[in-house]
Design a protein around this ligand. Structure first.
Ligand SMILES: O=c1ccn([C@@H]2O[C@H](COP(=O)(O)O)[C@@H](O)[C@H]2O)c(=O)[nH]1
Length: 268
C-alpha cells in the first residue's frame, strides 16, 4: 500500500528509506515519541550534547537551529547523529535560488533529514530547494516555514500583509506545494486548515507548542500538544517547556504521553 509523505517521514524502522549510517540507537521508538522534535537551543555544543542526552529516550528528532549552528557548525549535527536521532536543521533559508540551492546541497552532505526554507522566498527559490533535496543521496525533506509562530495578525499588518496568519500560511503553503515542497512549518492552530488545503501527503511540523500552564514566551500562535495532534499535526516542536523544566526528561515524557492520548483519540 502506498504510504503518505508523513507516514514515510515518521517511519524510522521500515528501511523504505536508506538507513542512516549514523544510527547506533536501534531501540524501538513508539509513534508518539517519533513525533516529538526537541530543539537544541543552547549556547554551546557541550550544553547541547548534555541536554540532548537527557531527553533523547523521549524524543524522535533533534533540531539544530541558528544559535547552535552559527556557533558550532556541522559538529552539532554530528552530535545528534551520535545519539541516533534524525536531524532537523532549522536555518530558515531565505535567499536567491542559486544560493539556497547550493546551501541545500551542503545540508544534504551533512546527512540532515529535514531542512527549513522560508516560504516567502518565492516560487523559484522553493522549486530549487525541492529539486536539490530530491537529488540528495539520502532522504531530505524541505520544510517551508509559512508564517512564524511568533507573529500575530498585527505583526502581519505592520509588514504590509492584510491577510490573517491562517490565510497567509495557506497562501504561501500552496505556493510551496506548487513548487514541489511537501513539508510545512506552521502553527498547529492552522494545521487543520492546511491539511484540508494540501491533503494527506503534506508533512505538518508545528512549533509554538505549549503544554497547559507553560509560559508562551515570544510565541503568539500556540496550542497544547493534544490540540496539535487532534488538528492533524505530524511533528511537534517543543523547546523551552522541556529545556527549562526542573526535569527535562519528565517534561518530555509528559508531552509524549499527551501526544499518545491525542493519537488514540484521533484514531477512534
Ligand atoms: O515558526 C516557527 C519556526 C520555528 N520555530 C523554532 O521552533 C523552536 C520553538 O522553541 P520553543 O522554545 O518551544 O518556543 C525554536 O527553536 C524556534 O526557532 C518557531 O518557534 N516558530
Amino acid at each position: 500500500m502506498k504510504r503518505t509523505a508523513p507516514e514515510k517521514a515518521l517511519d524510522t524502522s521500515s528501511g523504505a528509506e536508506a538507513p542512516s549510517p549514523h544510527d547506533p540507537d536501534t531501540s524501538p521508538m513508539n509513534d508518539a515519541t517519533r513525533r516529538l522534535v526537541f530543539p537544541l537551543d543552547y549556547g554551546s555544543l557541550d550544553e547541547a550534547r548534555a541536554g540532548a542526552r537527557v531527553v533523547a529516550p523521549s524524543v524522535g528528532v533533534l533540531k539544530v537551529g541558528l544559535e547552535l549552528f552559527v556557533r558550532e557548525g556541522p559538529a552539532a549535527i554530528a552530535a545528534c547523529h551520535d545519539l541516533g536521532r534524525d536531524v532537523f536543521l532549522d536555518l530558515k533559508l531565505h535567499d536567491i535560488p542559486e544560493t539556497v540551492g547550493r546551501a541545500v546541497q551542503s545540508a544534504a552532505s551533512l546527512g540532515v533529514r529535514y531542512l527549513t526554507v522560508h516560504a516567502h522566498g518565492g516560487r523559484a527559490m522553493l522549486e530549487r530547494a525541492a529539486e536539490e533535496a530530491a537529488r540528495a543521496s539520502a532522504p531530505l525533506t524541505i520544510l517551508a516555514v509559512t508564517v512564524l509562530t511568533s507573529l500575530d495578525a498585527q505583526d502581519l499588518t505592520a509588514l504590509g500583509l492584510s491577510a490573517s496568519p491562517a490565510e497567509q500560511a495557506e497562501r504561501v503553503a500552496r505556493l510551496a506545494w506548487d513548487a514541489g515542497v511537501r513539508g510545512f512549518v506552521a502553527s498547529a492552530s492552522e494545521a487543520a486548515n492546511l491539511r484540508r488545503a494540501l491533503g494527506p501527503e503534506a508533512l505538518l511540523v508545528t512549533p509554538g507548542i505549549r503544554p497547559a500552564g507553560s509560559a508562551a514566551g515570544d510565541q503568539k500562535r500556540i496550542t497544547t500538544p493534544a490540540q496539535a495532534i487532534s488538528s492533524g499535526a505530524d511533528l511537534l516542536v517543543v523547546g523551552r517547556p522541556i529545556r527549562d523544566a526542573a526535569s527535562p526528561l519528565d517534561a518530555a515524557r509528559a508531552v509524549v504521553a499527551e501526544i499518545e492520548g491525542a493519537l488514540a483519540a484521533r484514531s477512534t
